[in-house]
Write a protein that binds this ligand. Sequence first.
Ligand code: 13P
Length: 274
Amino acid sequence: MRKPFIAGNWKMHKNIQEATSYGELLLHKIREAGVDSDKVEIGLFVPYIHLSALSIIFDLSGVGVGAQNMFYEDKGAYTGEISPSMLSDLGIRHTIIGHSERRQYFGETDEACARKIRAAYAHDIEPVLCVGEDLEDREAGKYEDTVRTMLLGSLKDVAPEETEHLTVAYEPVWAIGTGKTATTEQAQEMAAFIRTVLADRYGSDRADQIRIQYGGSVKPENIAELMSMPDIDGALVGGASLDAEKFMKIIAYDDALLGKESKRVRMIPSSARS
Ligand code: 13P
């Protein structure tokens, strides 16, 4: 059974004040709703400058605070970069690798992703590897080839047993920040395709354990339908994760994920309430 993994990616948003008040509000809402961390994993990928403060806020809460990128070298003359050992030193256990915005604006290649994933594993940091085709490849019908190349290139040095700590996010570039979600069928079709590529590479037992998220205009209105698909195990949420209330609605897409805490609260007899 793959545990659903719902994660927010703030991208380059929020100042310190906004980040901490969001963190406190989300933590409060997660506790109030009684989100059961045995049933759903929550992640929040934030700008580096917020990692420390948010890690403290979410300490022991079951919410994993992660980075949006990292370099593959441990230290050296790499102005502007952040290393895996620096993240690990902060207690960070998750990072996004190869987001399409990194590929598009910063020239990140599959080779660089492969090196970053190696470095992440060397520091016990779990990567969320992003793959997805652009509109041109979608319209030319080349989307499967593109995604296969990205996967195999980025995972080329990943051993079968390391896939236990791997998440893949399918994020079609044409659906990111555009309000244009892939249809549920398109998202499922590609998640299933990704699983087939992973099965060819690692065997179907391993592939069946790897979580595949969908990302691209996920919102409270479409999360439940996406999550009902057999190969979609989570979501990587951009814009809608910037608002704690909206993100909370996405996390709580299914009442079954809300645990004992909320049931206990609901069961307090009305006479006992003020
Ligand atoms: P949006 O949810 O804003 O489309 O962004 C998706 C994304 O890029 C998450 O990594």
